[in-house]
Design a protein around this ligand. Sequence first.
Ligand code: URA
Ligand code: SF4
Length: 249
Amino acid sequence: MRAPAPAGPRHIDEGRASKHDAALPDAAAAGSMAVAIKSAVEFVPASHSLQALRLAVQQCRGCELYKRATQAVLGEVEGDPQRDSPVNMMLIGEQPGDKEDIAGRPFVGPAGKLLDRCLEEAGIDRNKVYVTNAVKHFKWEPRGKIRLHKRPSIGEVQACRPWLEAELDAVHPKLIVCMGAVAAQGLLGSSFRVSVSHGTPQRQEGYPPIIATAHPASILRARTPEDRHSQTATFIADLRRAAEMVGAG
Ligand code: URA
Ligand code: SF4
């Protein structure tokens, strides 16, 4: 059994934190008193082989998000989705996007392309790292003809946690890389600030070392080319640090 995530103090937005740091919206705090406790736990099979997990996750009803998504997207080692042997590194994003929801595979859209380039720059072989998300179903709202990504709530991240724990059990990474605040705060508590502590290994009982970094999708949203450049460089530097810790990808 892994230790539960610390119930860190809820973040009060001071207005200076960057958007990477915004606290997750919390359904319970948003005013509805009787929020049902949701969890994927009863849907996770006893066997934590990736094959069993991949099959079972499609039946998950642990929160509401399955209703509007095409399918659940479990993590994978690219090119070797049934691989069950230990990996050096597990990369955790936020949730599948529009493209991932359709393909049924993580990080295959624009953010995935940037991730691929940065992994390569950092000397990490994507075919050797396990890439997954904190939440397995795509959360979105209609915006004209497009399905606009919507940030998962803390409750949804927690509900989906048993799948992440089962994936950790299946691939036993030596290091976890959390990309963005949703993944980082999910494991390190809601007071964790990616902008402050990115690239520095964090310890959490019951887990391998954790390094947090930016989310590639947030780099794609940078306002100026200069910002995008510097954020990309920082992202690559964090990934290099991760590679050094495990002896490359
Ligand atoms: N963003 C994520 O966090 N995960 C994906 O799989 C794709 C985009
Ligand atoms: Fe289950 Fe996670 Fe999908 Fe919610 S998001 S239904 S907990 S797999």
